[in-house]
Every structure is written in C-alpha cells, then in structure tokens.
Design a protein around this ligand. Structure first.
Ligand SMILES: Cc1cc2nc3c(=O)[nH]c(=O)nc-3n(C[C@H](O)[C@H](O)[C@H](O)COP(=O)(O)OP(=O)(O)OC[C@H]3O[C@@H](n4cnc5c(N)ncnc54)[C@H](O)[C@@H]3O)c2cc1C
Ligand SMILES: NC(=O)c1ccc[n+]([C@@H]2O[C@H](COP(=O)([O-])OP(=O)(O)OC[C@H]3O[C@@H](n4cnc5c(N)ncnc54)[C@H](O)[C@@H]3O)[C@@H](O)[C@H]2O)c1
Length: 448
C-alpha cells in the first residue's frame, strides 16, 4: 500500500469500478475506498438484488395470469428461499471485487473517507495524498425530518428481510415504492403507499401510469396520492404512520415502514470544506467536465455528482467521462440523450427521451401516437391486460423524441428506442428494421 496516489476514488460502486480501472490501465497508481462491502449500490443493495427478487414475482404472476388458460394450481413466494436466491448473487460480489482490484494492481482501503486538505484524504486513521480524487460516493435516502424517522427502514433493510411483515407502508411513491409494493403484495403482504405527489411514478408518462394503476388495484395495494407523512409512532404492536391529505389526518398501521421518498448525493461524511470543494443547492458545484469548480484536482461521477439521472448506466457513463478528462485533460462532456429508465413493476413501465408535456413546453413540432393495446399478440399470448405505448416523433426530421411503454417486454423494447434517440435514427429507420417475430420488438413498427 502506498501513501501517495495519482487517483484516490471514494466509493466502490459502478462509477468507482469504471473510473479506477481506466486510470489504472493508463498506468496511474490508484486506490479505492469504501466503508461498506465492496461493490456499491447496484450490485449489493439496488438493481441486481431487487431484480433477483422480481424473478420470483414474475414466475408467480405468469402462473396467475395463465390460470384457466392451460395452467393449473397455485404458486406462492417462499420469501426466505427467494432471499437465499438473491444472496446467491450478492454474497460473492465483495470478494470478487477485491480480487479484481488485486489483479489490476489497485489498492483497496476499507473505511469512511474524509478530506483533510485539498489533496489529502484520511481513511481509518491513515492519510492518503492524492494528485486527483474522484468522488463516487453515491446517494443516500433523503432526511425526512419527521418525528419517529428512526423507525423508518431503508430499501437496504427491505432487501435483507428474513421474513416479510404482514403490513408494509411506503413513504413516497416513486421507483422504490412501485417496485417494492408489487413485490410485497405478491409475496402476501398488505402494502400501502403514501405519496405526497399527485400521482404515482411522476417520472413516467401519466397516461401509462394510469393504465398500470389497474395492476396496483388487482394486487390490493392501497395507493394514497397527495398524502404527506407527518410522523411515525411506535406502538406495542408495530407502528402508526400519521399522514395528512387535503387537510385531513389519516393513520395507517404498519409492521414495517419503508423510505421511498427519494435519495440525495451522499456527501455528508466527506468534510468538503477541508477539501476546498464547494456545493450549490446541496450538490457538488461541477463544471461541464464533471470537475469541481473550486478544487480542480477533484472530479465526481454517478449519483454523487448528481449531474444526470441517478441510474447505473449514467454512473458508468459519468465515470468514463471523468476518467477521460483526468487522463487526457478536460475535453469530454457527459451526454445524457436517450437514457432509458424502467420501474420494474410486473409488468414494467418505461420511458426514454422527452415526455409529451416537456416536448410541448419546448415548442417542438411532433406527432403523438398512443394507445392501450391489450388485444395485440404480445399481450394476448401472455394473458396480460396491461399493454400500451406513447411515442413522440418530430414532424420535420422523423426523429424519435420520446417513447413510453408499459407492459410485457417493455423493459427490453425501450432500449431500441434509446438506441434510436441516441444515434439519431428516424421513425422510418425503425419501421424498415426487421425485428424477429413474434417478439416485443416486432410491435415497434406499429407504435410509431
Ligand atoms: C433499491 C434501489 C434500486 C435501484 N434499481 C435500479 C435499477 O433497476 N436500474 C438502475 O439503473 N438504477 C437503479 N438504482 C440506482 C443505482 O443503484 C444507482 O444509480 C447506482 O448504483 C449509483 O452508482 P454509483 O457508483 O454512483 O454509487 P454507489 O454504487 O452508490 O457507490 C457509492 C459507494 O460509496 C460508498 N461511500 C459513500 N460515502 C463514502 C465515504 N465517505 N467513504 C467511503 N465510501 C463511501 C458507499 O458505501 C457506496 O458503496 C437503484 C437504487 C436503489 C436504491
Ligand atoms: N428501476 C430503477 O431504475 C430504480 C429503482 C429504485 C430506485 N432507483 C433510484 O433510487 C432513487 C430513489 O428512489 P425513490 O423511490 O426513493 O425516490 P423517487 O425520487 O423515485 O420518488 C420519491 C417520491 O417520494 C415522494 N415523497 C417525498 N417526500 C415524501 C413524504 N414526506 N411523504 C410522502 N411522499 C413523499 C415524492 O413526491 C416522490 O414522488 C430514484 O430516484 C432512482 O434513481 C431506481
């Protein structure tokens, strides 16, 4: 282990992995630091473990949909076994990560990192001097500032539950509430979502969210919008969640309350003042090259940078941009065109590019095609009632401005619209493409 490095990377998630290996490949001396097991949010506490659990849901949902259509019998989620299945993936991740760092010649430090000066960082009592630092510390749940906040579990806690409690309340109605309430309800819990916003999943097309809400109803998920949680009270039988909606107080009983009210860059422990790193509105103040405006040695990437949407592919993209600028001098800028996003409800809902309202606000000239199409073959063969789309195509150029899908295979098909947006393909290009039939993609020609 050295005391001086060309690059010290704070964090060991997606952004850290990508940037550290690029810098090392350029023959830089590199250290990574994390106070939690190595691997970051996506692999250990986010996308991947969540989707391992969704696999159980998908299996149950398929049987329930096909019942009466040639499939008989009942199936249910065996929660401890599904958790064990999840751990079969997450368990080996930290060890594999450490081995990867060893093989690459990257030094890995365990501990909470904190700046002690513009080019020094302390980790577990050891001071590291750095020619450059990359802040890749990810995000944390936003502080709710409500009485009883200490009783609110995080998504990390939910993903480690050995047993699923009978009544689960979600505070907030975005990605985590949508995905985890579907999971909890299919696994037999009573799920309630208390969403301050006027609707669920505000990042997705309102019409498509409306169609998806039918499935929340089927699952018995109690979704209360325009409802703000005010306090949480512990009782001898669990908790009471006190909320207010339209001036009226409501109380919901719970055995588990899950934070799903948003995440913010995780910067608190870093002592940014000591590092000479300024913030603006609670976020790192960065230039267009993802470099701190006040300390040019320091760059940031991923959720910690807060520059693009807080998603794994964006963390990876940011890290490539920051690494390129570190190694060759500032020249690369992030490009967030065509970043697809999926909420992994069953069925999934997806979005890429501009929403209809945003495109109108920008004064663009475009045609909208939107329809709920459960009668299409893709949905029929799966006995799925929820299937629909909305596409936005620019009038003059034929460019795809935005695409929004809900239903089977939407999580895969949206990537093709992302490809079109990012690489300037037109609606005509997509229509001329031959997609294997019958697949989700073979519907694209009819969606535009
Ligand atoms: C429940 C959940 C589900 C998600 N599902 C998806 C999904 O399906 N698809 C998708 O694209 N995105 C998903 N996301 C978002 C995605 O996980 C993040 O955008 C992505 O993992 C961020 O990567 P990162 O490298 O920026 O940070 P992270 O992977 O969060 O890594 C940051 C690391 O820094 C460490 N750290 C923090 N502070 C310090 C410090 N002071 N010293 C040392 N180490 C520190 C942390 O321990 C952490 O390991 C999900 C997120 C959550 C919470
Ligand atoms: N599939 C995915 O890509 C995926 C899945 C899970 C999480 N994530 C990432 O994690 C981040 C955090 O997810 P999330 O679901 O916590 O946040 P979110 O930003 O998706 O949704 C938060 C919602 O909580 C509501 N809210 C905030 N404070 C509230 C309060 N006091 N009472 C009631 N409602 C309140 C807001 O109106 C908002 O709609 C996401 O932004 C996303 O980047 C991504």
């Amino acid at each position: 282990m050295l005391d001086t490095y060309d690059l010290v990377v704070l964090g060991s998630g997606t952004a850290a992995q990508v940037a550290s290996s690029r810098a090392r490949a350029a023959d830089w001396t590199v250290a990574v630091v994390d106070h939690r097991p190595f691997g970051g949010t996506c692999a250990l506490r986010g996308c991947d473990p969540k989707k391992m659990l969704v696999s159980g849901e998908e299996a149950v949902d398929a049987v329930r949909r096909m019942r009466g259509h040639g499939v008989e019998g009942d199936v249910r989620i065996a929660w401890p076994d599904l958790m064990a299945f999840k751990r079969s993936f997450t368990g080996p991740v930290p060890g594999k990560q450490e081995q990867r760092y060893r093989e690459q010649g990257i030094d890995a430090f365990h501990g909470l990192a904190r700046f002690t000066g513009p080019d020094t960082v302390t980790v577990d009592g050891r001071e590291l001097k750095a020619r450059h630092v990359l802040i890749a510390t990810g995000a944390r749940p936003v502080t709710l500032s409500i009485t009883g906040e200490e009783h609110v579990a995080t998504s990390d806690d939910f993903l480690e539950l050995e047993a699923l409690p009978a009544r689960v309340v979600f505070i907030g109605g975005g990605y985590i509430a949508a995905e985890f309430s579907h999971l909890a309800a299919r696994a037999g819990a009573k799920a309630t979502v208390l969403q301050r916003g006027a609707r669920m999943l505000p990042g997705f097309d309102p019409d498509l969210v409306g169609w998806l809400m039918e499935r929340f109803d089927d699952l018995g998920i109690d979704v209360r919008t325009s409802t703000t949680v005010q306090r949480v009270e512990a009782t001898d039988r669990g908790y009471l969640v006190h909320a207010v909606a339209g001036g009226r107080e409501q109380t919901v009983a719970a055995n588990l309350i899950v934070h799903s009210a948003g995440r913010v860059p995780d910067l608190e422990a870093l002592d940014l003042v000591a590092g000479g790193i300024v913030l603006e509105g609670g976020r790192l103040k960065l230039n267009e090259f993802l470099q701190s405006v006040s300390n040019p040695r320091v760059y940031a990437a991923g959720d910690a940078a807060g520059s693009g949407p807080p998603l794994t592919p964006v963390s990876s993209h940011d890290a490539k941009v920051a690494a390129a600028n570190l190694i060759k001098g500032n020249h690369a800028k992030p490009d967030y065109r065509g970043v697809p996003s999926v909420a992994f409800t069953v069925p999934p809902i997806t979005t890429v590019g501009l929403g209809e309202a945003e495109a109108r606000e920008r004064g663009l000239k475009f045609r909208v095609k939107s329809e709920k199409v459960p009668q299409w073959f893709t949905a029929r063969r799966l006995a799925e009632r929820i299937y629909g789309f909305k596409t936005l195509v620019e009038e003059d150029t034929g460019h795809i401005l935005g695409a929004h899908l809900v239903g089977p295979h939407a999580d895969e098909v949206i990537n093709l619209f992302g490809l079109a947006i990012r690489h300037g393909l037109t609606a005509a290009d997509l229509k001329e493409t031959m997609f294997a039939y019958p697949t989700g993609a073979s519907d694209i020609g009819y969606m535009i």
